[in-house]
Design a binder for this molecule. Structure first.
Ligand code: XIL
Length: 360
């Protein structure tokens, strides 16, 4: 048959020559060879955890669970959506989505129960965010006093439910615009920035042992936004508002890991708070090429190495470990392949980069 000589030729060709014609073959040729367990490596290197985001629907996938449930691989789990205030259909699996005081914890409990069974700690995510906020909150026409009480009740209910299981809470998520100003949404519009101290105090009262974080993206670059974060934390500290950590989301692009990551982390930890890489993924233009995958390995390695070089960097969380459930393709058109496991759960070179980073 006509295709046979072609197939034979492809098999005999060195992978690099076959690259333009068969990306899968080439990618496989340079696949992960590491047998490391990443949480085990992280803790051996002095970090508290290596973890991953998990979304409700992922928990029905046996191949996914086999990797997730391995505590040597992941010692920490973050609910990608289930602990948020609301989530749009078709996954209405959030905590107070439709009316004041009507809490639903089905999806969040499922993740928390599985984590407990596996011996994995949680990062709570999150008490307040401008996104995935239900319209009953945003458009309810509440007074400042009512909104303050709604926020306090929401965060206290959430945080106390998982008390004792949570290493750290992203109490405030994404408070800043790119220019360092506070985002405009119902809480800033009605309460000003005092919503931040209100919610941090509520979280502390609900679980005094959880570390309280403010989490944001693009603060990995030095500039107006990271300066705003520094100033916010200083100001909270000067008012004796509880604040323990700053989360650097770290949603990066291949070849563009910020050179400032280490210096920014050091500026933050110099304030006496800890830092964590909370939502790491490193996206590329699709289809993935061998060159991009090789660069992605270097990028993952450099992020982990940076956390290793900053003693106050306590751990790293992937924003899901497999391309199968990554949020990137659904959010950034034409981008993806951002995770260390591919969509068939094979480890990519990026996995080896992470392992090498922890061993550096
Ligand atoms: C993302 C989830 O992964 C998606 O499933 C959801 O549709 C949108 O939110 N910053 C955050 C996370 O703090 O909560 C976001 O998670 C990704 C960006």
């Amino acid at each position: 048959m006509a295709f046979k000589p072609l197939l034979l030729l492809l098999l005999l060709l060195p992978a690099s020559l076959a690259l333009p014609y068969n990306i899968t073959l080439t990618a496989r040729a340079a696949a992960s060879t590491s047998t490391a367990k990443l949480h085990t490596l992280a803790t051996a290197a002095g970090k508290k955890y290596f973890g991953t985001a998990v979304d409700g629907p992922d928990l029905n996938d046996a191949a996914y669970l086999k990797i997730l449930n391995d505590k040597g691989m992941f010692g920490q789990v973050t609910a990608a959506n289930a602990m948020k205030w609301a989530r749009a259909s078709p996954h209405p699996d959030a905590t107070e989505p439709s009316a004041q005081g009507q809490f639903t914890f089905t999806a969040a409990d499922k993740i928390a129960t599985a984590a407990k069974k596996n011996g994995q700690v949680l990062r709570g995510h999150n008490c307040v965010w401008h996104n995935q906020l239900p319209s009953w909150v945003s458009n309810g026409g509440f007074s400042a006093a009512q909104l303050s009480s709604i926020l306090t009740t929401h965060c206290s209910t959430l945080v106390s439910r998982y008390k004792g299981q949570v290493y750290s809470w992203d109490v405030v998520n994404e408070p800043f615009n790119e220019d360092g100003s506070q985002r405009s949404f119902v809480f800033t519009n009605t309460l000003g920035t005092s919503y931040i101290s209100t919610v941090l105090k509520a979280a502390r009262a609900a679980d005094p042992t959880a570390k309280l974080y403010i989490n944001d993206f693009n603060i990995e670059f030095s500039g107006a936004k990271s300066t705003a974060m520094l100033n916010l934390v200083k100001s909270l500290q000067s008012q004796n508002v509880p604040i323990d950590g700053i989360g650097l989301q770290s949603h990066f692009q291949v070849g563009k890991v910020p050179a400032s990551l280490k210096s920014v982390m050091q500026q933050f930890t110099a304030l006496g708070v800890e830092v964590a890489i909370t939502e790491l993924d490193i996206a590329m233009a699709l289809p993935a090429t061998q060159a991009q995958l090789a660069q992605q390995k270097k990028d993952y390695q450099s992020v982990i190495q940076t956390c290793m070089e900053v003693s106050g960097c306590v751990g790293v969380t992937l924003w899901d470990f497999t391309d199968k459930y990554s949020w990137i393709p659904g959010t950034e058109a034409g981008k993806g392949a951002a995770c260390p496991w591919d969509e068939n759960f094979a480890q990519k070179q990026a996995f080896d980069g992470i392992a090498a980073g922890f061993q550096s």
